[in-house]
Design a protein around this ligand. Structure first.
Ligand SMILES: Cc1ncc(COP(=O)(O)O)c(C=O)c1O
Length: 381
């Protein structure tokens, strides 16, 4: 199997089997260097280098790389500090009314729905969560919850527990037929699953940086469909919300007619530049290639776990899967399994009563084989 990444780009992979991208992915050294260099330059030179113009254009490089990632225009991209921040700004911007509802699932990552819950405390809108089980909700249940009063379908493209993947185009079709917006949290998919933002029909796609995009904490990005760029008033605003950030007129706020209107404040700019570099790194390799690579590793994990008779709760159907492979190790406390694996330099994660493996581009078949072999020796005592 071809190695997609140079070992030196991810030094930890020389000695550890790091199967934990769904929690925190490794950052390629080229991106880590961009972040520390930016911070060091600020310490040494202050605004001599990071001047007004540099501050104004700080997100432009991210826009270019994220446009390659999502097959959209740079103007369709906004940067921010976290998925929760950008989603909160969207939730307050849309602000579903009292008689309206927001549809999601009851296995969704809490951060994907809490911003809508907060708005619903204010307006009295209804939050409708389609029932799931073992980290899985059938898309039919989500679609079944949508009705004429639905204002928003807010979904995690890939569910964080078992990696279930939703068909965005299918959801967009039904959502739009009801006059609602499809708002997608792609934190568990962007960087690992090809996403064509305009083609899939989503109105908003938001992703954090530190998982499959292999970026740092403190950065996030958002795709905003063109039809929302001229009329959606951001829920969070600050001096960068003005279309000319150096206009500095406290008596007027004119938003840009692009996704940029959702950028509101200064932030850890070095982190945005690190995210820009990570996305460039991934897109240069090719998201389609990364997807195929990761799925081969996931298939190998599934085969290995099946041989050990360990119950897998991630969906079996390829169209509904990501490279997240989640299992229940009968008779074992999942935390104990994760800790024992860590002693053997294998990193997985406990989520609810499960053990979750999440291989990414820097992993190889050897990492999967080691994980399976160590699990076998653990179970055999
Ligand atoms: C689906 C999903 N969205 C968002 C996040 C994190 O959000 P934030 O960027 O606000 O930390 C996670 C983290 O586990 C996640 O799984």
């Amino acid at each position: 199997m071809e190695l997609l990444a140079e070992r030196g780009d991810f030094p930890l992979t020389e000695s550890w089997s790091y199967l934990n991208a769904a929690n925190v992915a490794l950052i390629p050294m080229c991106a880590a260097t961009v972040i520390t260099d930016w911070q060091t330059d600020l310490a040494l030179n202050g605004s001599n280098n990071f001047d007004d113009q540099a501050e104004d254009t700080a997100f432009d490089g991210l826009r270019i790389q994220a446009a390659r990632l999502f097959n959209c225009r740079p103007e369709d991209i906004a940067g921010g500090s976290s998925c929760s921040e950008l989603l909160s700004s969207i939730a307050w911007a849309v602000m579903p009314k009292k008689h309206e509802n927001v549809v999601s699932t009851d296995i969704v990552f809490p951060g994907t729905i809490y911003p809508w819950s907060r708005v619903s405390h204010h307006t009295g809108s209804e939050i409708r969560l389609a029932r799931g089980h073992n980290g899985y909700t059938s898309i039919d249940k989500v679609i079944g919850a949508i009705d004429k009063n639905t204002a928003v379908v807010s979904i995690s493209h890939a569910e964080y527990t078992g990696g279930q993947l939703y068909d965005l185009a299918a959801l967009a079709e039904v959502t739009h037929a009801h006059g609602a917006l499809l708002v997608v949290d792609a934190t568990q998919s962007a960087g690992a699953i090809p996403i064509d933002a305009p083609a899939c029909g989503a109105d908003v796609i938001i992703s954090g940086s530190y998982k499959w995009l292999c970026g740092p904490f403190g950065a996030a990005l958002m795709y905003l469909a063109p039809h929302l760029q001229g009329n959606l008033e951001p829920g969070l605003v600050g001096f960068r919300s003005h279309k000319n950030i150096w206009d500095l007129s406290p008596d007027r706020l004119e938003y840009p007619d692009t996704a940029k209107r959702f950028e509101s404040s200064t932030m850890a700019f070095g982190c945005i530049k690190g995210l820009e570099k990570s996305i460039e790194y991934l897109v240069d390799i090719g998201i389609e290639r990364i997807y195929e690579h990761n799925m081969k590793l996931a298939d190998r994990l599934v085969e290995g776990l099946n041989r050990l008779d360990i119950e897998i709760v991630s969906p079996p159907d390829r169209a509904e899967r990501t490279s997240i492979v989640t299992c229940r190790v009968d008779g074992w406390n999942p935390m104990e399994v994760v800790q024992e694996l860590k002693k053997r330099k294998i990193v997985a994660q406990k989520r609810q009563e499960f053990v979750r493996f999440s291989p990414h581009l820097y992993n190889s078949e050897a990492d999967v084989d080691r994980a399976i072999a160590e699990l076998r020796s653990l179970l055999n005592g």
